[in-house]
Design a protein around this ligand. Structure first.
Ligand SMILES: Cc1ncc(COP(=O)(O)O)c(C=O)c1O
Length: 433
């Protein structure tokens, strides 16, 4: 009880600091007071700091107020792109204004410091060392750095999940065509009841020539979540590399990459992490950095580069104004709690699935119903209805932004409430009768 109270008090203090400190010294420009502006009222910010019980829906309503989504729109498309909280938008705008006034080397050296901070916070966020993290532009780039960076030759084989995203599927095919190695694709049961059903097919596909196993942690086309830790362990047992595409898990799950045991992990900051645009993450286990050739070599690159960021992510001039907001969004996640965020996303999906099952019995789920084998994505089909048409109607008539990917894809996040899930179900009923 005492421990809980202390934690709660600490958390409240931290939230207050987070949501008030960055505003204390800021003079808001006139346009910031326009309707739907990018900055929140102080009331909304401090409200989150004083309502700190995530078991209450009221708490999540306050979280929702940290985002600038207007009332007539409902965003359930986190698997594709997330809005950022005000604290992140503010950081990007402030950095951009600073840069527009002064593009000197002197000013920009501050961005280099911010990059270092972001690397440390990101490393802490996923439980690895700073030198094992690099900041790329997105998951696509991070995946391709590994695809193109490993030495693979004729006779070698890579094992992929057939549901891999093109940046981790087609990218391998192109590379294989050029260098003569082969690819084996594994298909998995659509409705697994035990993790073994998802591990066994990969185990059967691996043989003496296999060099790497790669899969999406959570599929963007079915929403199925794979037992990443067990699969990485399988790769280890066969002495092969493991590449986990985390586009659908970074920021959604409470991750620890050391526990997962992957050799490489990739992600984008603007999906579930709700962070700045055009930033990606690449993790390379320190023991394997020597096995990855750089795809891009830019000014400042050194053959003795010892960190992932220096060796693999030196991409010339970057948009430092967005990168500078990465630390802000990681602090935002910490303020709410990584575990709380994962639990909330799973709860939103479970509620959505349950409501759809109850109220639209004709709907078929592409995504497994069990939270063990799914994440933040719920994909379904309605008989005789094209997903593309429903997707468009939901946006045009109800302001609901989802995706026509693998069916009708909903991916709610912490800026959604349970009432939002009810609105989605009501709209689905209305457009399908
Ligand atoms: C599993 C997976 N991998 C990679 C990507 C590519 O992400 P990005 O466009 O951010 O590079 C996506 C995008 O949805 C994805 O779902």
């Amino acid at each position: 009880m005492t421990v809980h109270t202390n934690l709660t008090n600490q958390k409240r203090k931290f939230l207050k600091q987070l949501f008030t400190s960055s505003f204390a010294s800021l003079t808001l420009p006139a346009w910031a007071n326009a309707p739907n502006d990018l900055f929140p009222s102080r009331e909304a910010i401090t409200a989150l700091a004083t309502n700190d019980d995530p078991s209450e829906e009221r708490y999540w309503e306050m979280v929702k107020k940290q985002f600038s989504i207007p009332d007539h729109l409902l965003m359930v498309n986190a698997a594709n792109l997330c809005p950022s909280p005000y604290v992140v938008n503010e950081q990007v705008h402030t950095a951009h204004q600073r840069l527009e006034k002064d593009v000197s080397f002197q000013l920009r050296s501050g961005f280099a410091t911010e990059r270092e901070q972001a690397l440390q916070l990101m490393a802490d966020f996923v439980g690895v060392r700073k030198e094992e993290i690099g900041i790329t532009r997105n998951t696509t780039e991070s995946n391709n750095i590994i695809v193109n960076g490993l030495d693979l030759k004729k006779g070698d084989e890579v094992v992929l999940w057939e549901q891999n995203h093109p940046s981790n599927g087609t990218a391998w095919e192109q590379r294989a065509k050029r260098y003569g190695f082969t690819i084996k694709k594994v298909s998995l049961p659509a409705n697994p009841t035990a993790a073994e059903e998802l591990i066994e097919p990969f185990a059967k596909a691996i043989h003496s020539k296999t060099r790497l196993l790669s899969f999406s942690h959570i599929s963007n086309t079915t929403g199925m979540a794979l037992p990443a830790q067990a699969l990485c362990q399988l790769a280890k047992e066969h002495n092969i590399f493991s590449l986990v595409d985390g586009a659908q898990s970074l920021g959604m799950m409470d991750l620890n990459l050391k526990e997962m045991g992957c050799d490489f992990y990739t992600g984008s900051t603007y999906k579930w992490l709700m962070g700045p645009l055009e930033n990606g993450v690449l993790y390379v286990n320190k023991a394997h950095l020597g096995h990855v050739w750089p795809t891009i070599v830019g000014a400042g690159w050194k053959s003795e580069s010892a960190t992932v960021d220096e060796k693999l992510c030196l991409l010339g001039q970057r948009n430092e104004t967005t990168l500078s907001a990465l630390s802000a969004v990681l602090k935002f996640h910490h303020a709410i709690g990584k575990k709380q965020i994962e639990e909330r996303i799973l709860a939103l999906n479970s509620y959505l699935k349950q409501q759809i099952r109850e109220k639209i019995p004709a709907a078929t789920f592409i995504t497994p119903l069990s939270p063990t084998f799914s994440g933040g994505v719920t994909i379904l089909q309605l008989p005789g209805k094209e997903a593309q048409i429903l997707f468009q109607k939901l946006y045009d008539q109800y302001g609901i932004a989802c995706a026509p990917t693998g069916g009708l894809r909903f991916s709610p996040h912490i800026y959604n409430t349970m009432a939002d899930m009810d609105k989605v179900v009501d709209a689905l009923i209305a457009i399908t009768v």
